[in-house]
Write a protein that binds this ligand. Structure first.
Ligand code: ATP
Ligand code: MG
Length: 453
């Protein structure tokens, strides 16, 4: 019998189960990661104890998915997800099982899991490996294969095809031919999957080493046209000029080239030119123009992210980056012009905006871009941010209360005056003192009284 050595924390937790006569196994991604020599993300265990029985074994559990037999056990600083052996009965809507049924054996539980690499269990505390679907062999050959008939498994749950492509990017695995072929016939089922579930898998694609691996499988199987028709429309849109890729390959390359840890920039990189097919016009010299494409791209990005129910903050930031990605700079710009740019871009988004530009330039030719003056621009921006110049109303040396003290009543006029003061300070940062600003405020106010709008 083959065994692995079991970490002591797992031995500890498992003894609570085994001393009460229950069986318990390590399952899911953690087992897969052990065989891949990767750091496991989180630990999932499976047991024949029912959730009520698990409750009696620990002081405190969190009923995270009690209807599906899942509870979370906080144990020595870890959160361990514990699921009772189960199978799922009937998937009439292709989205969620009609019911769950507790089963007696780990083998039955493994048979309901999605891919062979995810259907291996390790018995605790002895470390004996249970691998009825030869998941270890598939991990060795770096292949993603459903447990059982792929068409059946994808029809049961339309999220599984997206999980298959997600794992291809995350693990750098290929997808078994039959499994891949079963994705297209199941697109109708995938279409009805809750958008939030799709979004969570998609985020993991974006945060993987090379998202384009999954995105290309998505294109090949029709998943891209289903979930992101706007991206699919970018296929074959040639750009000429310096560009060596069509718009879709340019977007894939930009996404890969952007920083792996920043979801906002990765989203912006993938969608930054998604409006190009709509605005492309022949320029008469055998080339193309894409006038205003950043505005149309921002609008489409907003629609796409809203459709996938991204949080409002994410939608706002990504759309902002897309709308500004064509930002332009010349060394003749005055300091005030640089400060106006910082205000427009938002100080907190400058890093992301430059990351996006870097990825965009890279994806024109697939080599590091030699963006003219970009470094100089960044240096000038950094110097001004470091000098703590005022870029927002909050940075002004006075506020609404100070205005009230000199007789400017609080109300809509306050905002108007403060904004004019900010404009003055952006032109000349030396004006950002209390006395100078109060003088200007008096002047603005007296003009407003004489010439009300
Ligand atoms: P990660 O390390 O990225 O979390 P994971 O394999 O642990 O990967 P989870 O989504 O956490 O993925 O799921 C845990 C386990 O539950 C999987 O390994 C798999 O056995 C099973 N599973 C998850 N989702 C499904 C599904 N839609 N259909 C069948 N089995 C699933
Ligand atoms: Mg997991």
């Amino acid at each position: 019998m083959e065994k692995i050595s079991v970490p002591s924390l797992l031995k500890h937790i498992s003894s609570r189960f085994t001393s009460a006569g229950f069986k318990v196994y390590l399952v899911g991604g953690a087992v897969r990661d052990i065989f891949l020599d990767r750091q496991a993300g989180d630990w999932d265990i499976a047991t024949n104890a029912t959730p009520d029985e698990v409750k009696t074994l620990f002081h405190h559990i969190i009923p995270t998915g009690i209807d599906h037999g899942t509870v979370t056990i906080p144990f020595k600083g870890m959160m361990i997800e514990c699921t009772t052996f189960r199978t799922e009965t009937g998937y009439s809507d292709g989205r969620r099982p009609d019911g769950v049924q507790y089963t007696a054996t780990i083998e039955e539980d493994l048979s309901r899991r999605d891919f062979t690499m995810n259907a291996i269990a390790v018995s605790l505390p002895d470390g004996i490996i249970v691998d009825p679907f030869h998941g270890r062999a598939d991990i060795k050959s770096k292949i993603i294969k459903t447990v059982g008939d792929p068409t059946e498994r994808f029809t049961e749950d339309g999220l599984r095809p997206i999980r298959a492509v997600r794992f291809s990017s995350q693990l750098d695995f290929t997808i078994d031919g039959q499994t891949l072929d079963a994705i297209r016939p199941a697109l109708g089922i995938t279409a009805s999957v809750a958008k939030e579930r799709i979004r969570e898998e998609f985020n993991r694609i974006l945060l993987s080493q090379k998202p384009s691996t999954a995105l290309r499988f998505m294109e090949q199987t029709g998943l891209l046209a289903l979930i992101f028709p706007e991206l699919q429309n970018c296929r074959g849109i040639e750009q000429k000029g310096m560009h060596i890729y069509d718009v879709l390959d340019h977007l894939f390359q930009a996404c890969d080239a952007s920083p792996r840890t920043n979801l906002i920039v990765r989203l912006a990189a993938l969608f930054h030119d998604v409006g190009k097919p709509d605005v492309r016009v022949e320029d008469g010299n055998g080339s193309w123009t894409f006038f205003n494409h950043e505005k149309v791209s921002a609008k489409k990005t907003h629609e796409i992210l809203t459709r996938l129910r991204y949080p409002l903050r994410v939608i706002k930031d990504v759309t902002h980056l897309v709308s500004l990605h064509m930002f332009h700079y010349e060394p003749v710009w005055s300091d005030a012009a640089v400060r106006r740019f910082i205000v427009k871009a938002d100080k907190t988004m400058i890093d992301s905006l430059f990351e996006l530009r870097k990825a965009d330039s890279y994806a024109i030719t697939g080599t590091a871009g030699h963006a003219r003056y970009l470094e100089e621009f960044r240096d000038r921006i950094d110097a001004m941010i470091e000098a703590e110049h005022a870029f927002t109303l909050k940075d002004l040396a006075i506020n609404g209360r100070d205005l009230a003290d000199i007789g400017i009543p609080s109300g809509p006029i306050t905002g108007v005056v403060l904004n004019e003061l900010l404009e003055a300070v952006i032109e000349d940062p030396d004006l950002n003192t209390k006395s100078a600003l109060l003088d200007i405020a008096r002047e603005i106010h007296s003009q407003k009284i004489q010439t009300p709008d």
